[in-house]
Design a protein around this ligand. Structure first.
Ligand code: ZN
Length: 168
């Protein structure tokens, strides 16, 4: 079976920055493969385009320019929060007040987002709202581990059931 819309695809992959010998950003191995419902817009369009038509055992390597991945890095997406906002019930939230800490935030209209602490100053804390991969060109080395037809239930739910997926 080849990868096509409404198939369930399991892959292992290595994501590197920019090119085939770039810094490894993420590695998903065969023991804990990534499974997804193909053609539902869950992955980058270029990612799906590069693996469409492949079958079990195929290996494919390709690059995706940042403009087709997570966009430009935007300096204006780095916000300053007063250090006092890291005080919860009178105590400094040490877990959040460190470089690299992931901070759940809510916009005024109630939208949920996450930021990463990038700088801790005397009065203020800088929180980076950019996607961690913003501004980065990506290189993927993918191995297709399995391809199967999605069940009607999976298509209705828009996600994979069973190993690597949802319980229901
Ligand atoms: Zn479901």
């Amino acid at each position: 079976m080849i990868i096509a819309p409404n198939t369930v695809v399991s892959i292992s992959y290595v994501l590197r920055e920019a090119h085939a010998t770039g810094t490894v950003i993420q590695e998903v191995n065969q023991q804990e493969p990534f499974s997804f419902l193909f053609g539902q817009g869950q992955l980058l369009p270029d990612f799906e385009a590069n693996i469409q038509g492949k079958k079990e055992g195929d290996q494919v390597a390709f690059s995706i320019d940042h403009s087709n991945a997570y966009g430009e890095y935007d300096e204006e997406q780095v916000i300053s929060l007063p250090k006092s906002s890291f005080v919860i019930d009178g105590e400094v939230a040490e877990d959040f007040l460190r470089i690299g800490a992931v901070i759940p935030l809510q916009t005024q209209d109630g939208h949920q987002l996450t930021g990463v602490v990038s700088e801790i100053g005397e009065e203020d804390v800088k929180v980076d709202l950019n996607h961690p991969l913003a501004g980065k060109d990506l290189h993927f080395s993918v191995e297709v581990l399995s391809v199967r037809t999605a069940t009607p239930e999976e298509i209705a739910h828009g996600h994979v059931h069973g190993p690597g997926g949802h319980a229901h």
